[in-house]
Design a protein around this ligand. Structure first.
Ligand code: UD1
Ligand code: CA
Length: 495
């Protein structure tokens, strides 16, 4: 029994893999990304808005790459160059649609780019959660049924804002009705058009030629082609998406927030499945390219951004924000550290409230404590900068101890200068190191010094005013003060 089950699982896995490997060299994909996105009320074109840590259109094009198509065509219009810059690195070509006269018009403009591909898939640039697997399954269904069009749909509790699917029995579709054109009874329809379709190219062109701009916006709607195909007696099918989140489009800021929420949730789920503990997961924000090793613990309200990589068994405590940084194994970030483009090796403890600016490197076993700022600096193995310091353009060797409040004065108002601190140096508290300056291995610096010259290895540097002692000074002072106070107290009584 169990063995049979295993065999079925194996077979279906093999089928999934075969589907995943299958290339779709007879399919061109067209991504519609020319619109402005009026409903976002933004100076940035809609498809450039980010959700889940990437521009919307980048998510869409990445999914397309996973389909293995003949080519990917992106229809651009608003902020065309910026959209182009996002999609071209993925091998997509672009077609300019100017002006934007609707989704059907966008397809007309792409006719030459679609060329002689037997099939083409259309995706909106504003529905970023779609997965390559879902597109592959849609294409497979379309090819198997030899239909003229196959529409990816979803059933939503609240279908408002979407075009509705009018079925005519079974899998077959009669038409798509845009929201503005729904009759009172059609309002009850809750199966919606995702704007993701697969078409048989030869059947699409004559049908699209019949579509007229019969709507308030005077636009050519691609949705109207479905009714035309149906009237011609062609087969149009619908496939309901297994996960409705995959078809969510972003027309408003609220839609963006909802889609972002889904992306973040999926990322956290993937990390948790990989052995990461996330406390109060809904408060933790993680970008798509971040990796986190097994048995690492992320406390509430942590943000891991950009290309951050975190090792095994780390603890990232509450309020930390880590961007484009690499942490080794067994690192502890105490609460509220802000780490940017830096490297932290194994067994380092940093924070609370440590700030590492770009190009900082904290080597293994080092300690960077509270209210310490690093910039373009290396802290050697086992060295400690425990409290209230600014360390900039500095190289610190191994096992050095930098006292509280030490400041490297790296900037003279014109240029930045380096500070070099050797192995096992001891810097007393409240020292200023005026760069360029070198402290040789094993040197000592007396607390409160302003160091302007190099200190040789093993030497003591002391640079501060000498202390004077005035015996009995305090009681004398107190007597003087008391005498001066007396008349004032007297006058108060009489008020
Ligand atoms: C569209 C569909 C609707 C569907 C919904 C799913 C039409 C008429 N309606 O509505 O049935 O439920 O998507 O999200 O197609 N675009 C262009 N050129 C244009 C117009 C639009 O490239 O001339 C692009 C937009 O940038 C966008 C995509 O096409 O990425 C969809 O356009 P949008 O205005 O968002 O359509 P919806 O009103 O959401
Ligand atoms: Ca939309």
């Amino acid at each position: 029994m169990r063995r049979a089950k295993r065999r079925i699982v194996k077979q279906s896995r093999a089928r999934d893999n075969a589907l995943a490997m299958a290339k779709n060299k007879d399919v061109t994909i067209v991504v519609l990304a020319a619109g402005k996105g009026t409903r976002l009320k933004s100076s940035l074109a809609k498809v450039l808005h980010a959700a889940g840590g990437r521009p919307l259109v980048e998510h869409v094009v990445r999914a397309c790459v996973g389909v293995g198509p003949k080519k990917i065509v992106v229809v651009v219009g608003h902020q065309a160059e910026k959209v182009q810059a996002v999609v071209e690195p993925f091998g997509a070509e672009t077609v300019l649609q100017q002006p934007q006269n609707g989704t059907g018009h966008a397809i007309q403009v792409s006719k030459r780019a679609i060329g002689n591909a037997r099939y083409f898939v259309v995706l909106p640039g504003d529905a970023p959660l779609v997965r390559a697997e879902t597109l592959r399954a849609l294409i497979q269904k379309h090819k198997n049924a030899q239909s003229a069009a196959t529409i990816l749909t979803a059933v939503l509790a609240d279908p408002s804002g979407y075009g509705r699917i009018l079925r005519k029995g079974g899998d077959a579709v009669a038409a798509i009705i845009e929201e503005s054109q729904l009759t009172a009874e059609q309002r009850e329809l809750n199966e919606i058009n995702s704007s993701i379709y697969c078409f048989t190219t030869a059947k699409l062109w004559p049908a699209l030629a019949q579509v007229k701009p019969n709507n308030a916006h005077r636009e050519i709607y691609l949705t109207d082609v479905i009714g035309v195909l149906n009237a011609k007696g062609e087969t149009v099918l619908a496939e309901i998406a297994a996960d409705f989140r995959e078809i969510l489009g972003c027309n408003t800021r609220a839609d963006l927030a909802e889609v972002d929420h889904s992306f973040r949730e999926l990322k956290r789920e993937a990390l948790m499945n990989g052995g990461v503990t996330i406390q109060l997961p809904e408060t933790v924000l993680i970008d798509p390219d971040v990796s986190v090793g097994e048995d690492t613990i992320l406390e509430p309200c942590v943000q891991l951004l950009g290309k951050t990589k975190i090792g095994l068994r780390c603890v990232v405590k509450t309020g930390c924000v880590v961007l484009d940084s690499v942490l080794g194994d067994d690192v502890v970030l105490e609460p509220h550290c802000v780490i940017t483009a830096s490297r932290i090796d194994g067994k380092v403890i940093a924070g609370p409230f440590a700030r590492m600016r770009p190009e900082s490197h904290v080597k293994s076993g080092a300690r960077v404590g509270n209210f310490v700022e690093l910039k373009k600096s290396t802290i050697g193995e086992g060295s400690k900068v425990p409290h209230l310091s600014y360390i900039g353009d500095t190289k610190i060797g191994t096992k050095a101890n930098i006292g509280a409040g030490t400041i490297t004065c790296n900037y003279d108002g014109f240029h930045k200068h380096p500070t070099i601190i050797g192995d096992k140096v001891f810097v007393g508290s409240d020292t200023t190191l005026v760069a360029p300056v070198k402290l040789g291995a094993g040197a000592y610096v007396a607390a409160g010094s302003t160091i302007t010259e190099n200190i040789p290895a093993d030497a003591l540097g002391i640079a501060r005013g000498r202390q004077a002692i005035k015996k009995g000074w305090a009681s004398k002072k107190r007597r003087e003060l008391a005498a001066a106070e007396k008349p004032k107290k007297h006058s108060k009584k009489h008020r």
